[in-house]
Design a protein around this ligand. Sequence first.
Ligand code: G6P
Length: 367
Amino acid sequence: ASVEKGNYRHYMQKEIFEQPTVVAQTLASYVHRAEETVALPQIDFDLSEVKRITIVACGTSYYAGMVAKYWFEQFARVPVDLDVASEFRYRDPVLEDGGLALFISQSGETADTLAALRHCKKEGQIIGVVVNVPTSSMAREADLLLPTHAGPEIGVASTKAFTCQLAVLAALAAHLAVKKGRMDRAEEQEVVKHLLEAPACLNAALDHDDDIASMAHLIAPARDVLYLGRGPDYPLALEGALKLKEISYIHAEGYASGEMKHGPIALIDELVPVIVLAPSGPLFEKTVSNMHEVRARGGQIVLISDRDGIVEAGEGCIATIEMPKVHPLIAPLVYAVPVQLLAYHVACVKGTDVDQPRNLAKSVTVE
Ligand code: G6P
């Protein structure tokens, strides 16, 4: 089926704005709305037996896996190994019996991920696949098929597939936690309730499109940009940097906020914008002190946080982007929106080809 851009300038822009709808669509097949429980496809093995999870993916899908590692370990207390597919293939990984190998892919055709899947299959792992194209090679080889319902993604830089992957992975983490006896009914309902809040929160994040568009000119002249985040929002810093690199061709790096002092701080001066992703919460204070370190070196900070965070630490930033106050579980989904929009608008300022960035392919089917 042909996909139209409608009133949007670019497919990527359209796909960013589709997120509330497609995340809701995806969640609809992973939760029982009435009972407020997680629902997974029927499978013929017992997930409570899973001893270890190996997550393998590439690019943006890999960052979804990195967020999921926090969730699987926090909720289900199942240890997680995480690899980019091109490394996994050749490092002779240890795969014990009773392991679930989880592959995350928009296309379901990425060569390195597919080869890793086949390797794990040969080694007797249970094969879980989170994939957006239901007819893809990876979908066909799955024992546990977990489709995302993002619809066709045309923009080369992945956006809506990512937030849908996160929705599925959060549901899977909760389900596993229930199976492992680590989450009772009330806690499960809590998780489901927060997941179902995600579409409205994504909409609230999208409301800041104009603010982000008008501050994009502050970032567009930069040669280097640093993104900082903590905990499950650290992978979002990596994803933010990847999005900016992909479509605006500005060099960007994502770093764990607390790791900045071990290197990137040496780069900071008034020419390097620092994008801080920091929902308010128990670790916010730590991030604030990282921000002081940046500011003391003349660094220009853009703070992406909620109202409480901005009130506490927004002063002295070159810009702030206010996100709704959200439960930590859905923060990675919601904070994906401003990093996507920022990359998008910076690319528009620079006049690059947003949907077809140079040298990149939508699906990389060679090694
Ligand atoms: C390419 C695309 C990225 C995508 C990555 C993984 O590099 O440009 O947007 O994240 O492949 O693709 P997959 O289809 O496996 O998620």
